[in-house]
Design a protein around this ligand. Structure first.
Ligand SMILES: [Zn+2]
Ligand SMILES: [Zn+2]
Length: 447
């Protein structure tokens, strides 16, 4: 078999990748074009072909495509480097407009305000990722936030991982969708302009521009189109889709577990910082995603840098008190769940009662009972295992050992107190008689 070497990748493979990716990435946009809308057969064909083409991607094509990148990496490294720039821009667009969902509700501010120059740049660079116009993207995303995990959630994880990832794009949603208000975006001149000219901007910024840059500056026209154009679109779309699938499926829920969003470092790495989705759903207008210093969130750092450069302002954060309250309540909830899984022994209120005389009779009959804080414990099975030795515990048998237990002999730890739960058999109906306290003193002396 001929060994594939750098620069020796079969041409047919490149072509196949191009066609596949174009179909996968742009079928939704093509389907929305007026001339396609009026031709149901064409629309159906595009849907069918793109569905068939995209299905094997996770298993077959992704592997070969990454192999292709490795082989040609050195030739097109500069073109690939451009991918990162475009991707960040795309996520900023999302972050910038995403939080508008809250702006219309309780608060009157966005996560941050950006200058017009930055907004134009983001709207163009965002279009280059072929993920729908700002208005279309936000319509779905607002619906997702408002109706998360329900039938109205366009990418509900409850319909399965694949549906949340890409299936929602490829198959028609059957349930009737509630309208979502995007009038604020429709009245935003930049968002409206991007929506009107989406296909043109997307093709120019996402495919033509990287081809020209890579071609003019280092003569790699094809690399510009395939790597910085088509493959970048494909991989970063997959990364974005992971926010809808992986971020609702993998990880912890430190702020609330009522809904599905989760936090995980792996998702953060795969999605370039969108992995702290539990936080994002709980505190959506916060410009941050990962709030701890070590959490990987380049979008946050980027917005912060823009603020320093005067391109963004009024960065919004939820108060640290509100965030701590959320974290505390969730921890409390988890502790309560843990509490119910532990055997705490028979509740003291349900234990049988011993009179002082009954207690004395039991001791005379050879029982190894002792009393701590009014509760009777049968320590027979524990005497040999007592870490402080048999002498110390035997000296307390038949007596009130409260003081001995709480520091008289040794101040017992939580573990010892928890262990006692296994030995409690009753309560004393009245305090231990006076003479028993005297004997208790004797026990203390033994130590
Ligand atoms: Zn969001
Ligand atoms: Zn989500």
């Amino acid at each position: 078999m001929k060994r594939i070497q750098k620069g020796n990748v079969p041409k047919s493979f490149d072509v196949a990748v191009c066609i596949n990716l174009l179909l996968v990435t742009s079928q939704e946009d093509i389907s929305r074009m007026p001339w396609v809308q009026s031709r149901p057969r064409v629309k159906l064909t595009i849907k069918l072909v793109s569905s068939l083409v995209s299905l094997p991607y996770p298993g077959i094509n992704a592997g070969s495509t990454s192999g292709l990148i490795v082989f040609k990496y050195t030739e097109s490294r500069k073109a690939i480097a451009r991918c990162g720039y475009d991707y960040y821009s795309d996520r900023q667009q999302g972050r910038n407009y995403d939080i508008e969902v809250v702006k219309r509700g309780l608060w009157s501010h966005k996560a941050y305000s950006s200058s017009s120059i930055l907004e134009i740049y983001l709207s163009v660079a965002g279009a280059a990722c072929f993920q729908g116009s700002i208005i279309e993207w936000c319509k779905d995303h607002r619906r997702h936030h408002r109706y998360v995990d329900t039938d109205q959630d366009p990418y509900s994880i409850n319909k399965g991982f694949w549906h949340a990832h890409m299936g929602w794009l490829l198959w028609k949603q059957t349930s009737k969708r509630n309208e979502v208000d995007v009038s604020d975006l429709q009245s935003n001149p930049i968002a409206a302009w991007q929506d009107r000219n989406f296909s043109t901007i997307a093709i120019l910024a996402g495919l033509v521009f990287p081809t020209i840059v890579a071609g003019i500056f280092w003569g790699d026209w094809k690399g510009g189109l395939v790597y910085a154009g088509i493959l970048r679109i494909f991989f970063f779309q997959q990364a974005t889709f992971c926010v809808n699938s992986l971020a609702h499926w993998l990880g912890s829920q430190p702020f609330d577990d009522t809904h599905s969003p989760r936090d995980h470092i792996f998702t953060a790495l795969v999605t370039f910082g969108e992995g702290y989705h539990n936080f994002h759903h709980e505190f959506p207008f916060d410009y941050r995603n990962g709030i701890k210093w070590h959490q990987y969130d380049p979008s946050k750092w980027m917005i912060f840098t823009w603020e320093k450069l005067g391109l963004a302002s009024q960065l919004k954060r939820f108060s640290s008190i509100a965030i701590k309250k959320g974290e505390f309540k969730q921890k409390q909830k988890q502790l309560e769940i843990l509490r119910t899984t532990i055997d705490w022994g028979t509740p003291i209120s349900q234990l049988p009662q011993f009179t002082p005389d009954e207690f004395s009779v039991a001791i005379r009959n050879g029982e190894k009972f002792l009393v701590i804080e009014g509760v009777v414990y049968d320590v027979q099975s524990f005497i040999d295992a007592h870490p402080g030795g048999t002498k110390a515990i035997n000296s307390c048998v038949g007596k009130n050992a409260t003081r001995a237990f709480n520091g008289g002999i040794y101040f017992h730890s939580n573990a010892a107190r928890n262990l006692l739960d296994d030995f409690r058999i009753g309560t004393l109906v009245s305090d231990v008689p006076e003479n028993r306290f005297k004997e208790d003193e004797k026990a203390v002396e033994i130590s």
